[in-house]
Design a protein around this ligand. Structure first.
Ligand code: KDG
Length: 338
């Protein structure tokens, strides 16, 4: 049975090829995506038994996306088919002075329309040691929010560790006027680890965090989160500085309830191909480290390396193995000119 289960919406991503504008030419690149599925695919490539819990449209699109997950080693026997549509998102990849753009077309998807009481959590969580969730699912509507919370609480009752990626998506919350602060707060309260930076903590706990040092902001946010959420053991975040559309620097840190703080020094990411799913690849890398019992320093460096690698790969998924990530982690290994 699976060690990790991920719950969330599976999406179809329709991207303008290369750096074209949407419909500049009559072609779109199709990929499967969805924040939680991205994490599941990464973990499967790292060798873990992973199952996805989701609801897809009972049509060839839903079957195709579930098939993509299986092709990457994720168990889809807990993915239910139902009436309704697949959620889509359209992507235009930026370049030069033009930022990337995401357009969601996912209202009333099969997943978003699924009733909260349609999930049998004891059966769906059967055998799992970890449940991965994100702030995307509760942003889809009240039923999805209640389902996410029910999943988290069922996991808590069974001693299954909850990993929660804040993934705050204002566009989605605004559409139905959900109380992001209250709902995300309840979810953070169930988590063993949160992937969240000081902005996410600000949304959930109302902190200001206007310290001038970036490090001080994260430390203050973490202190507040550990005080507010007794179950929470770790907070992980990346720190991104965008120099241009194709050039970012990305560092990361893992803070522990015991006051520990492991840093992965910032890497320069040049020639970025596709940064969508970078946060998910990072989360999967950190989870891999925790599951394998790596020390905090190795865990956060593994997470950052996995996230960096994703930036070179088109599509949402990061289909790389442990050895690929390890190869990037050695001294100076990020420097391809070496
Ligand atoms: O993290 C990647 C996600 O942003 C992408 O898969 C789309 O799930 C998605 C979302 O809701 O933004």
């Amino acid at each position: 049975s699976p060690r990790v289960v991920c719950f969330g919406e599976l999406l179809l991503r329709l991207g303008a090829p290369g750096n074209q504008l949407l419909l500049q030419s009559p072609a779109l690149d199709v990929h499967a995506g969805g924040a939680e599925a991205n994490v599941g695919v990464s973990l499967a490539h790292f060798g873990h038994e992973v199952a996805m819990i989701s609801v897809v449209a009972d049509n060839p699109l839903g079957a195709a996306v579930a098939g993509e997950l299986r092709r990457h080693g994720v168990d889809t026997s807990r993915v239910r088919r139902s009436d309704g549509r697949m959620g889509l998102y359209f992507l235009t990849t930026g370049a030069g002075h033009r930022p990337s753009e995401v357009v969601y077309d996912r209202a009333d998807s099969a997943f978003a329309s699924a009733r909260a009481d349609s999930y049998d959590w004891p059966a769906l969580l059967q055998g799992a040691q970890w449940l991965h969730l994100s702030g995307v699912s509760p942003a889809l509507g009240m039923e999805a929010a209640q389902a996410t919370l029910a999943a988290a609480r069922a996991a808590n009752e069974r001693g299954i560790k909850v990993s929660f990626d804040g993934n705050f998506r204002p566009k989605l919350w605004e559409r139905w006027g959900g109380d992001a602060k209250a709902i995300l707060r309840d979810l953070f309260d169930c988590a063993h680890i949160v992937f969240a930076d000081y902005r996410d903590i600000g949304v959930v706990l109302g902190g200001e965090f206007n310290q001038s040092e970036p490090q001080a902001r994260v430390d203050a946010a973490a202190a507040m989160a550990f005080a507010a959420f007794p179950r929470l053991q770790y907070m992980a975040c990346t720190q991104r500085t965008a120099h241009s559309v194709g050039h970012h620097s990305l560092g990361a840190m893992l803070l522990g309830r015991d006051g520990s703080r492991a840093l992965a020094p910032a890497e320069e990411l040049t020639d970025i191909v596709d940064r969508i799913g970078g946060g998910d690849a990072f989360a999967a890398g950190v989870l891999h480290g925790l599951i394998e019992g790596m020390d905090a320093e190795t865990t956060i460096r593994f997470g950052l390396a996995a996230g960096c690698l994703k930036h070179s790969i088109p599509g949402d998924f990061n289909p790389v193995g442990v050895a690929d990530v390890m190869a990037l982690m050695g001294e100076g290994k990020f420097d391809v000119r070496r």
